[in-house]
Write a protein that binds this ligand. Structure first.
Ligand SMILES: CSCCC(=O)C(=O)COP(=O)(O)O
Ligand SMILES: [Zn+2]
Length: 247
């Protein structure tokens, strides 16, 4: 049966209805598309990182295969998991191994009700985990206003401090789940967790919120590295930066 969309496409929707859809916002279409965007930002190169998305009803989880070039995936490569039972409804032909990030994505879904979770190996994220201790902190920067308060309605304000917990890396990605869950419990206002010498996990209520949060956070992480290089503390008050300028 061919698709009924306005594009008169030739997609055979009956061949695999769990992943073949003419809807561009279907998770199986969005995961490859967004991974290409992330790849072009240097966030998911060399097979690292990725994204998992729940469907609009929230009862299915779409997961990429492990160890593949994330920017070259197609919808047929996706695993589909039943959200409640955590059993796989679909295993792709490309590999039997779902992303090693799956337990971490599931932690964000189950503990925070997230609709999508992004994992990147952004160099700014990694660099910040080398420059900061147990927490990344930044304030008094306009871009902070793109991020949610989480514990109450609305977004952070210009004068609010963004705090992101930093957990230690493990030899295997899946072994990060316990410490990620502990960080999620200890930081109820966080929408991201940094992993030292590894990268970052960012989640949101919807895929679009997760995407915006990831972009805003990465901007702030990159800026933080530059501020530290210039000798300016990332929580420096407005006007106080003059104290740190060398000229
Ligand atoms: C060079 S990537 C090492 C594994 C990793 O950190 C990652 O994020 C990708 O894991 P996946 O199983 O999704 O390929
Ligand atoms: Zn990783």
């Amino acid at each position: 049966m061919s698709c009924k969309c306005s594009q008169q496409c030739d997609i055979d929707v009956m061949s695999d209805p769990l992943v073949l859809s003419a809807d561009p916002s279907h998770p199986a279409n969005l995961i490859p598309e967004l991974c290409t965007v992330f790849y072009n930002n240097g966030w998911v190169t060399g097979t690292g990182g990725g994204i998992s998305i729940r469907n609009a009803e929230g009862d299915k989880v779409y997961i990429a295969p492990s160890g593949v070039q994330k920017e070259r995936m197609v919808p047929e490569n996706m695993f589909v998991m039943d959200y409640a039972s955590e059993e796989y409804l679909r295993v792709p032909q490309i590999t039997k191994k779902p992303s090693a990030c799956t337990p971490l994505f599931m932690s964000a879904f189950k503990m925070r009700g997230a609709g999508a979770c992004i994992h990147t190996h952004s160099q700014s994220a990694v660099m910040c985990t080398l420059l900061f201790g147990d927490e990344f902190r930044i304030s008094n920067i306009e871009q902070i206003k793109a991020l949610p308060k989480i514990t109450e309605a609305g977004n952070l304000g210009f004068f609010d401090e963004l705090v992101i917990p930093i957990i230690e890396n493990t030899a295997h990605e899946e072994d990060l789940a316990d410490s990620l869950q502990e960080a999620i419990r200890n930081y109820p206002g966080a929408t991201a967790v940094l992993v030292r010498r590894h990268g970052i996990y960012v989640w949101g209520e919807t895929v679009w919120k997760a995407k915006v949060y990831n972009e805003a956070i990465d901007y702030l992480l990159e800026l933080a590295v530059k501020m530290r290089q210039a000798g300016i503390p990332t929580t420096c008050g407005v006007g106080e930066e003059k104290k740190y300028l060398k000229y």
